[in-house]
Design a protein around this ligand. Structure first.
Ligand code: ADP
Length: 606
């Protein structure tokens, strides 16, 4: 129940919807019940002997059937049977019309509530995921997150609001019908509601298992989206390695299992309806037998018309009762999805306390690493690393793969936080510096050129959406990208496809560089591309990078000899430790790891 109310809180302010809905639904229910209850006077007008009748006013206003009888009889006596018939028909018609009008407007309110919940829930989820720290994504399946935001939320909103609708509406209807039934025959109704708990018990047996199944199905769906995502983003490799059939198999297996679960759930869900229908008819039959006997024997004061109306209303009573049981099965699916969604909302960023609130604007002196260690799991990936990145200087990180270079780089924009030791920015501890301000002065150019499926213009202006066309063009020129951009079909408006598939490796890199140029950050984090480009592309990229680095403070994961030679400080990392540090010549003289790396020609000669 707790989950249910938490989910409902996303429909805030609920009172805005609840009161008008309640009012409309009560009106709709009253008229809906009336139009069936009006059957009795209709039937008696048609079939009863009309001679020597006197209309008797009922004693209580609650005795509605008495009132109907009184009114139709008076009409009958005063205007004749035909006119009375017309009036009764008109009354039924207006009652149906009114009931449906109120029903429609109540439906609209419910739709608004549903959409409001969906909107809020999806927004909260997406914002939340965007605020999670980088390490969170390490352990998550992307597909699972996508499934939660895209599909679970949908299930939640449908089932939660449908249930709400049913819970608000159907009990009223049920009460209204019961009221009329009691008004027609107290004895008969008492007898019949004794049978109701039986059907409730049978239905609850059926729906109990649904929740666990629903949860499993939603998890499988997340898995399927994950496979889909991996298959689509890795399509080149999958085809290249002839792995298409294996990947297809994996997806289909998941698909089959998901469908199988869906089938089992549907079977169970569908079982509810015929079972309750059958139970309903069973009850009506018992009633016909019992009530029919009462009529035949002329016991009690049950007229034939009243009995037929009674049966008509009683068969209607099964509808709200059925809707209630169905909504119980639905709420189970909804709650399973709801739990998955809330699980994600409850996930807190691991290092919230390290967000910091001192805003930094520029680097005046240096970024200092003081005995910094870091571990993803147990093993130290960085071990007591100490060095300074001074303003305006270029620091190159070199070392074998897996040495911890990228990890060290990720510490600077506070994507991850040190396990021990301290990083400081102009003497301010990183734990006090606000991540946002820090990131606003850091430009990042990655190896894998991360671009979005958008126009070239918007990709360059990513960090600075208000940049003018001219500024974008200037940045592209500095990044040696302007010429090739002009040659594309729509120039700066050309769409580059998913992750930039329509561009070559070198072109993608130059767009990324243009993006950093436009952002004009005082501090640069660069990961030089290891992938080989053709000589001209290589030259253009290198030249663009050189221009980008001018007058900035940079930390580079270096793969080119020329970059390293120019660096003010080279940090040789080995198994998470700073094995050596100094300039190119200092390190060569040491004849340690660095000189061995150079000897082995680990670096590009460009
Ligand atoms: P480099 O950039 O020097 O090649 P990395 O910093 O990428 O090295 O990796 C250093 C070590 O940390 C490696 O052993 C790698 O397996 C591990 N590692 C890197 N990223 C993660 C991660 N997201 N989760 C767990 N371990 C990681």
């Amino acid at each position: 129940m707790h989950t249910y109310f938490r989910l409902l809180s996303y429909a805030r302010p609920i009172s805005k919807y609840a009161f008008p809905y309640l009012l409309l639904i009560i009106l709709a229910t009253i008229f809906n019940t009336l139009n069936i209850a009006l059957l009795a006077p209709l039937l008696s007008t048609l079939f009863e002997e009309q001679q020597n009748l006197t209309a008797i006013k009922p004693d209580s206003w609650l005795d509605i059937m008495g009132w109907f009888d009184y009114l139709t009889l008076s009409a009958n006596i005063n205007f004749g049977a035909q006119k009375a018939l017309k009036w009764t028909c008109l009354a039924i018609l207006s009652s149906v019309l009114l009931s449906n009008i109120f029903k429609y407007f109540s439906q609209r309110i419910m739709e608004n509530l549903r959409i409001q919940t969906l909107l809020n829930l999806r927004k909260t989820l997406f914002d939340h995921v965007m605020n999670m720290d980088m390490l969170y994504f390490n352990d998550q399946r992307k597909g699972n997150i996508i499934a939660k935001i895209a599909s679970d939320v949908q299930v939640v909103q449908f089932s939660v609001t449908n249930t709400l609708q049913v819970l608000f509406k159907e009990p009223f209807q049920l009460i209204a019908y019961l009221f009329v039934l009691f008004a027609i025959s107290f004895k008969l109704t008492l007898f019949s509601i004794l049978v109701l708990p039986l059907s409730a018990w049978v239905i609850s047996k059926i729906v109990r298992k649904l929740k666990a199944q629903a949860k499993e199905a939603q998890e499988r769906f997340g898995m399927m989206i994950s496979y889909l995502d991996e298959a689509l983003s890795g399509i080149r490799i999958i085809k290249g390695f002839n792995a298409t059939s294996r990947i297809k198999d994996r997806f289909h297996q998941e698909n089959i299992q998901y469908s199988e679960l869906g089938r089992k759930m549907a079977y169970r869900q569908q079982l509810g309806s015929p079972v309750s229908e059958f139970l309903g008819v069973l009850m009506v039959t018992i009633l016909v037998l019992y009530g029919g006997n009462l009529v035949i024997q002329g016991q009690g004061d049950l007229s034939a018309a009243a009995f037929i109306t009674y049966i008509a209303i009683f068969s209607q009573i099964m509808r709200p009762a059925k809707a209630l049981t169905e909504s119980f099965s639905m709420i189970n699916t909804g709650l399973a999805a709801g739990e998955r969604v809330l699980e994600l909302i409850d996930e807190k960023p691991k290092h919230e306390e390290l967000q910091g609130n001192i805003a930094v604007k520029e680097l005046k002196d240096k970024i200092r690493f003081n005995q910094v260690s870091f571990a993803y799991q147990k093993e130290l990936v960085l071990n007591n690393v100490s060095f300074d990145i001074e303003r305006g200087k270029t620091v190159a990180l070199v070392g074998p793969s897996g040495a911890g270079k990228s990890t060290l780089m990720d510490l600077i924009p506070k994507f991850i936080h040190p396990l021990s030791g301290e990083i400081s920015f102009d003497g301010i501890s990183f734990s006090n510096v606000s991540s946002e301000s820090l990131r606003s002065i850091i430009g990042i150019v990655n190896q894998d050129s991360i671009l979005f499926n958008d126009s070239i213009k918007n990709n360059i202006a990513f960090a600075n959406p208000n940049a003018s066309e001219n500024q974008i063009m200037e940045a592209a020129k500095i990044a040696n990208a302007h010429d090739f951009i002009m040659e594309t079909e729509n120039g700066y408006d050309t769409n580059i496809g998913d992750r930039g598939v329509k561009l070559s490796g070198g072109q993608k890199q130059r767009i990324c560089i243009a993006r950093a140029v436009l952002m004009n950050p005082p501090v640069l984090l660069l990961d030089e591309a290891t992938s080989s480009l053709d000589a001209e592309s290589e030259y253009l990229v290198q030249d663009a990078l050189n221009k980008l680095m001018e007058n900035r403070t940079s930390l580079i994961i270096a793969h080119r000899l020329s970059t390293i030679q120019k660096a003010d400080l080279i940090l040789v990392l080995d198994q998470g430790k700073v094995a050596e540090q100094g300039t190119h010549f200092e390190l060569l003289f040491k004849e340690g790891i660095y000189s061995r790396l150079i000897d082995k020609q680990q670096f590009k000669k460009a």
